[in-house]
Design a protein around this ligand. Structure first.
Ligand SMILES: O=C(O)CCC(=O)C(=O)O
Ligand SMILES: [Fe+2]
Length: 329
């Protein structure tokens, strides 16, 4: 029998589950690690005297001080996985502390995911930690999805052909700050998961974007996916969604992680995917933080002389039936 959650997800394309995570146990450890990462950067960019003063500030003020002083936006450094593209042999240090590994294998999250894709579950490598800066109105980060807005897309559009149409992929979006329409929460088109995979294209900044997405604002019903810290938002792989600009004065922090049915393609080979839940205990091979870090390091090291960690082709049909413009009634 289908679970209620699965039924609702299939019907609307998204679902918010309240109070899944505990602030002290699940959220705070990640925020602490984020702050430790900022402190390391402060040591690099500031004098010892300046650093001493900055260490006392809140993460947000550390981040503002860092970006101002360095002119660097740190979108790759604060992401929890190696970047898709980088300069050849550029070894970007990314944000992959144990607290994030703990979230990926959290029973609180997996108990919900299990109701959607069943008891045999892989961690999927399509994951992004996002520290969204306020008021990015133009420039290279304008629509980068990392510190800027995320363009209109379906998550299934961002995986490769091996997984497209085949893999049962589910997105779990986790806020680390209360997130609302003002600070750039996601925006979704309810029931759009029933439209099939749509034609995507490269937007003006190279981003992956649904073709005709300008029509969405004009003609479609849109719902802001607001959430409190502790809540999670689950997305269907075909839900049409984007994120709003952050027009508040504060940063907005979130992480989206994904899971798929064990044994299926992750859609991001050669990045790691592995069992996080199974009825057979011996299937769980990645048990320690060190093992997890080693998997990612290996994938990244292999990519260093290529300058990219993964590639996929956008879903572009050679017919227009899957254009968003054809879906309006
Ligand atoms: O947080 C965002 O800006 C976008 C997140 C997203 O697209 C996702 O989790 O699939
Ligand atoms: Fe997405």
């Amino acid at each position: 029998m289908k679970s209620k959650i699965k039924e609702e997800l299939e019907e609307k394309g998204y679902i918010r589950v309240r109070n899944v995570l505990n602030f002290q146990k699940d959220i705070k450890p990640v925020l602490n690690d984020l702050e430790a990462k900022a402190d390391k950067l402060i040591e690099k960019y500031f004098t010892t005297k300046e650093a001493k003063r900055l260490f006392k500030l809140k993460f947000q003020d550390k981040y503002f001080a860092l970006t101002k002083k360095s002119g660097v936006t740190f979108e790759k450094v604060f992401n929890n996985r190696p970047p898709q593209n980088f300069k050849k042999h550029e070894n970007v240090e990314y944000f992959n502390p144990e607290s994030i590994f703990n979230l990926i294998k959290s029973d609180k999250i997996l108990n919900i995911v299990e109701k959607i894709i069943g008891k045999e579950i892989f961690s999927n490598p399509v994951q992004t930690f996002r520290v969204k800066k306020p008021n990015i109105n133009s420039g290279k980060n304008f629509m980068d999805g990392l510190i800027g807005r995320t363009p209109w897309h379906q998550d299934e559009g961002t995986i490769n052909k091996k997984a497209r149409f085949k893999t049962d992929l589910v997105t779990v979006w986790i806020p680390f700050t209360k997130t609302n329409a003002k600070n750039g929460c996601m925006l979704a088109v309810p029931k759009s998961n029933k439209l099939g995979l749509l034609n995507h294209h490269h937007g003006s900044k190279g981003q992956v974007e649904i073709k005709n997405s300008e029509l969405i604002h004009k003609y479609s019903k849109m719902v802001p996916l607001e959430a409190d810290v502790g809540d999670i938002i689950i997305l269907d792989k075909r839900l049409i969604h984007c994120s709003l600009p952050n027009v508040s004065k504060n940063i907005r922090i979130s992480m989206d992680i994904r899971f798929h049915k064990a044994g299926q393609s992750s859609g991001r080979e050669p990045l790691p995917s592995f069992y996080v839940r199974s009825a057979k205990e011996e299937n769980i091979k990645v048990k320690t933080y060190q093992q997890w870090v080693a998997l990612w390091n290996k994938a990244y090291m292999k990519s260093l002389n290529k300058g990219y960690t993964f590639k996929y082709y956008l879903p572009i049909y050679n017919h227009s039936k899957q254009d968003y413009s054809k879906k309006l009634n």
